[in-house]
Design a protein around this ligand. Sequence first.
Ligand code: ADP
Ligand code: MG
Length: 280
Amino acid sequence: MSTELASTIAYLCRALRAPTIGRVWQDLAATARGDGWSHEEYLAAVLQRQVADREASGTRMRIAGAHFPALKTLEDFNVDHQPSLRRDVLAHLATTIFISKAENVVLLGPPGVGKTHLGIGLGIKACYAGYPVLFDTATGWAARLQTAYQDGNLEHELTRLRRYKLLIIDEAGYLPFDADQANLFFQLIAHRYEQGSILITSNMPFGRWGEIFNDDIVAAAMIDRLVHHAEVLALSGDSYRTRSRRVLLTPTPKSGDQPQQPSKEGQFSAVEKGSDFSRR
Ligand code: ADP
Ligand code: MG
């Protein structure tokens, strides 16, 4: 094979922005000759490698662009620890069909039961399915919207966020919002209504969202839009974080006197006791 032909192919691959073809065409040609592939089979094999690489790098870029706080997969989620979790619903969500319909997901439950894990896992599924995703905590979203508002850019920011087919709002309820933040948050929810998906997690049952947003009416209006087309999953049980520690502590007679290990959400666990996470 002439070097002229090789450099022509190298040039054409650059022009097509198909670096994988540039990398694999020679090796595959040798395999094709050895194994007696038809021209068509060879062409398909070369193109397939390029498409596979492009999809993988697209997924990698979407996962990086989503700003997940950690990489958690649905496959790593132990559903046996959540017996009340509706597995059929989770399996349906994992197909990401809800995103194509701009439907929402609400994950409710006390700290440590896997809300963030499931949120990230579903977000990663969305990245694999080709959907741009953006993750932030509720506090992070409030700050982002406040900055845009102060810069006179709120409309622009809300429109820009449309390019993300799934927004993940984690930990609504850990920190209460003031009236301005609640209003901005409402605008975000209202703007995405039937336009793009939101996945929101909260340690507060709906009945207490008035406390998060300092306003029962704003909270009710928000819940109304969120759940109109949504799967609401209530997680329950003990914190997965502290379960092994509890096992260690249980045999100790004085374990009840032990102060709880400080955790990010430690200060809220008292609030959680006796909360009712059923859908209201
Ligand atoms: P939450 O957001 O509800 O407070 P997280 O999702 O942060 O809880 O879960 C706390 C930790 O426990 C994380 O490291 C998470 O990966 C893990 N975890 C929680 N539930 C499960 C589960 N059912 N299977 C596997 N890991 C879990
Ligand atoms: Mg969490």
